[in-house]
Design a binder for this molecule. Structure first.
Ligand SMILES: [Zn+2]
Length: 148
């Protein structure tokens, strides 16, 4: 068998994966006031500490929603708008700004899934109050508690 040689279409080293670049920092996780109140009733901890893969949140998935403050489609369009010569680091920078709020499923319905030019305004108009300012949300790895 002939081994493929590095060439213009076969870089000798694979490029760094965008998800690896993104997760060096992690993503900001917040919680709505209503979701946090419900969490407390259920004996859960600060919602900022739970990632998507947390088994306990899996159990309560009918109540809580992992809500993208800026919708994924908006982030995707932002990346597309940078043109075909966009650099991997620029993509990672956008994805690295991902903000997630644990909200009640009922709040998710009020927020809807339309484009959000101003996510904070969408939350305000829907009456969904976040418990913490974003600078008080520690970045966590969304795969932190994934089962091995
Ligand atoms: Zn977790």
């Amino acid at each position: 068998m002939v081994r493929a040689r590095p060439g213009p279409h076969r870089p000798s080293r694979p490029p760094p994966r965008v998800d690896k670049l993104t997760h060096q920092r992690g993503i900001d996780v917040n919680g709505s006031k209503a979701a946090s109140d419900r969490a407390r009733e259920l004996g859960l901890e600060d919602l900022r500490t739970y990632c998507w893969h947390c088994p306990i949140m899996g159990k309560h998935r009918k109540q809580f929603l992992w809500e993208h403050h800026k919708p994924v489609a908006d982030m995707r369009n932002e990346i597309y708008s940078m043109g075909p010569k966009v650099r991997l680091e620029e993509v990672a920078a956008i994805l690295g700004k991902t903000r997630i709020a644990w909200v009640l499923q009922s709040e998710g319905k009020k927020l809807g899934n339309k484009s959000r030019p101003n996510p904070a305004a969408t939350y305000r108009d829907a009456g969904v109050v976040l418990l913490y300012p974003w600078d008080k949300c520690r970045p966590i790895d969304r795969k932190r508690h994934r089962a091995p």
